[in-house]
Write a protein that binds this ligand. Structure first.
Ligand SMILES: Cc1cc2nc3c(=O)[nH]c(=O)nc-3n(C[C@H](O)[C@H](O)[C@H](O)COP(=O)(O)O)c2cc1C
Length: 374
């Protein structure tokens, strides 16, 4: 029996339970990506809530890899004190925090990124805001190097690990997917070539942080798009990473163009709608030796516990439930096992775009209503 609340270790990183806060953009940073004290407080609250591992919102490694407003950036040494405050705030609450590193590639927003987006191929697919320019080999190497510097900074500044964002249609995923990668050089074509960018990034990060530091990845097990990354190719990518020494794979699926099968599906209001990436994650689990995390629609204790205990998932990851209830892990630990109150409406994105930070819009409305009544 593998209980949800059990101590585990990932390459020296001690985790108090098997619940992970999946990366969640908060929209709380300055335009250059400098994290705010509001963001540090936000992470301290998450740590206080009892989650085993916090993975930060996606953090751009180079300015042209920026997508949403208020996104974290780690492209410069200048942010050292700000990030040190953030990691110290988490550690002071007994939390553990890994940073998610990303380059948005063709999904970058030209207004936020300050230039035409860069992508494996100069093709505008549905979820790209503009036609990107094709990355040349020198630019590819610069981005690979930037991932390495970013990981080195993260380690120096107190992060307990890093997670590469290889999911949801961002640059690593764009290279993996035949839909966005039409290259005819060594980075395109068969799956071995389409994995090349991801492996260069992984190896560069590993070179910089060393073997005794957790390097994880969030990987799409399927894009749910005609012509996109399929399950067999995703399994190939997972095996490659595993052999190269990745410390954990978080399984997700879909991109912003995948409609109802996007990464953050709506209306997860019954147990049968939960855990919508579990089957894909079970498949990945059979292919690799490293720990597997699964994200997507976990809302009830029983579904989470079953995924760990019966389906042999090493970790379950959640995003939206912890926006509404950062204290959910401790609530479950204390014995109140009622499901997360998140209704998966995705309205939390709106204040992230317009009000300088995400929060649960519904919870705020309900709270205000109660306050007016009393
Ligand atoms: C507001 C918001 C921001 C998100 N930001 C990120 C992100 O920065 N990186 C990432 O990998 N996924 C991001 N996601 C996706 C979540 O990590 C997760 O994969 C998805 O929401 C499904 O999990 P859930 O049902 O527990 O919310 C975000 C989701 C939401 C709702």
């Amino acid at each position: 029996m593998f209980p949800l609340f059990e101590n585990t270790v990932i390459n020296g990183m001690n985790l108090r339970n098997r619940i992970v806060r999946s990366a969640t953009w908060e929209g709380m940073c300055a335009p250059d990506g400098r994290p705010s004290s509001k963001l540090a407080d936000y992470y301290a609250t998450l740590a206080r809530g009892g989650v085993g591992l916090i993975i930060t919102g996606y953090t751009f490694v180079r300015p042209e890899g920026k997508q949403f407003t208020g996104k974290m950036g780690i492209q410069t040494d200048d942010f050292a004190p700000d990030y040190q405050r953030l990691t110290q705030a988490v550690h002071a609450e007994g939390g553990i925090v890994a940073i998610q590193l990303v380059h948005a590639g063709g999904q970058a927003n030209p207004e936020q990124a300050g230039r035409q987006p860069l992508a494996p191929s100069a093709i505008k697919v549905t979820q790209f805001p503009a036609e990107p320019a094709e990355l040349n080999p020198a630019e590819i190497q610069e981005i690979v190097a930037a991932f390495g510097w970013a990981a080195g900074r993260a380690k120096d500044w107190g992060f307990d690990g890093v997670q590469l964002h290889g999911a949801h249609g961002y640059l690593i995923n764009q290279f993996l997917s035949p839909l966005t990668n039409r290259r005819t050089d060594e980075f395109g074509g068969n799956i071995e070539n389409r994995c090349r960018f991801m492996m260069l990034v992984y190896r560069q990060v590993r070179r910089i942080v060393g073997n005794d530091y957790p390097v994880m990845i969030k990987l799409n097990a399927k894009d749910h798009l005609d012509g996109g990354l399929n399950q067999a190719d995703a399994c190939y990518a997972a095996r490659l990473l595993d052999k190269a020494g990745i410390d954990a794979i978080e399984v997700s699926a879909g991109t912003a163009a995948s409609g109802e099968k996007g990464p953050a599906r709506k209306k997860i209001i019954a147990p049968e709608k939960e855990a919508y990436n579990l089957e894909l994650a079970r498949r990945i689990k059979t292919e690799v030796a490293c720990p597997v995390m699964v994200v997507g629609g976990f809302r009830s204790y029983d579904v989470a516990q079953k995924a760990v205990n019966q389906d042999k998932m090493d970790y379950i990851a959640m995003s939206r439930p912890l926006i509404r209830e950062p204290g959910l892990p401790n609530r479950w630990l204390r014995g109140d096992r009622s499901p997360a109150t998140c209704i998966s409406c995705n309205k939390c994105f709106i204040p992230g775009m317009k009000e300088g930070g995400i929060y649960c819009v519904l919870e705020k409305k309900e709270r205000q209503k109660k306050e007016r009544r009393s």
